[in-house]
Design a protein around this ligand. Structure first.
Ligand SMILES: CC[C@@H](C(=O)O)C(=O)SCCNC(=O)CCNC(=O)[C@H](O)C(C)(C)COP(=O)(O)OP(=O)(O)OC[C@H]1O[C@@H](n2cnc3c(N)ncnc32)[C@H](O)[C@@H]1OP(=O)(O)O
Length: 254
């Protein structure tokens, strides 16, 4: 299994367990995300969703390039990108607070997943970034659109996208992307972070998340994210992307 789901006293944790691939997303992990979202939509006892990765090296390294590189055409790429794009939209519009517990690197789509969450708790050794530009593509799961609406100053958000590099945790906090930076045990950091929220009745949390949803509906977020996905699908079939992914996949052989 490439993921695990655990419900501990209403705190539902989704952990990607592909350490050897730096917790990259494949179809099975996507299906795990769908399962966890369905659980929240159908069970009233879930109070928080926590997303994290196994180990200390990576939260998530984005789409599994060794699997998704076989998608050659715009249409094939759109199928994969929109599948995860829909998941990210569902994640971003859940009625419970969502927390990305960033235990290590969050790059590419990994950074998009974290951006779609309400809160980002970042380990002090973790580096995060929208590195898609180095692959000749843009963000393709809606994360660029969500970043621009995240409340981060426009120039910081745009710089993060066009730099296409990773930032240290302290920088991520300075620009407002990281909610908190923690040192040591991630579970201790999580417990401390939710301790006051836990005392509040869930209906209050739901009401605030409804406010966010209304604002997202007004801002036409679903369709804006869809435009981002379509554009990325077009770029996916470019030679620049093809060459960059080949370079990445062949680096360990050089
Ligand atoms: C598809 C959607 C698109 C989007 O919408 O955003 C994307 O997500 S594109 C994918 C973007 N991701 C990347 O480009 C991956 C970049 N990976 C890295 O930069 C690094 O791996 C890391 C995450 C910073 C970790 O570095 P490090 O700890 O030094 O590990 P290695 O680089 O040696 O990796 C170990 C192992 O894992 C494989 N790996 C890592 N990421 C991926 C990935 N996304 N897809 C497939 N495989 C991945 C890497 O190839 C190594 O494999 P081996 O050489 O076989 O050990």
């Amino acid at each position: 299994m490439t993921y695990s789901i655990e419900n501990r006293d209403g705190i539902l944790s989704f952990t990607i367990t592909r350490e050897e691939k730096r917790n990259a997303i494949n179809d099975e992990v996507m299906d795990g995300f769908k399962e966890v979202i369905k659980t929240i939509q159908t069970h009233n006892d879930v109070r928080f969703l926590v997303i994290t990765g196994k180990g200390e090296k990576a939260f998530c390294s984005g789409g599994d390039l060794s699997e998704f590189h076989k998608l050659q055409t715009e249409q094939e790429a759109f199928g994969m990108l929109s599948k995860m794009g829909d998941i990210l939209y569902e994640l971003a519009t859940l009625r419970v607070p969502t927390i990305a517990l960033i235990n290590g690197a969050a790059v590419g789509g990994g950074c998009e997943i974290a951006t779609a969450c309400d809160f980002r708790l970042v380990a002090n050794h973790a580096k995060c970034g929208f590195i898609q530009g180095t692959l000749g593509i843009t963000s393709g799961w809606g994360g660029g659109t969500y970043l621009f609406e995240s409340g981060i100053k426009h120039d910081y958000a745009l710089k993060m996208l066009v730099d296409a590099t990773t930032y240290e945790a302290s920088k991520l906090y300075e620009i407002g992307w990281a909610t908190r930076v923690f040192e040591g045990d991630k579970n201790v950091a999580l417990k401390e972070f939710i301790s006051s929220m836990e005392k509040i009745h869930p209906s209050v949390h739901h009401a605030y998340k409804e406010m966010k949803l209304r604002s997202w509906n007004e801002k036409n977020m679903y369709n804006r994210a869809l435009e981002e996905i379509k554009l990325c699908a077009k770029m996916w079939e470019s030679e620049a992307h093809n060459e960059a992914v080949n370079r990445f996949l062949n680096k360990s052989n050089n």
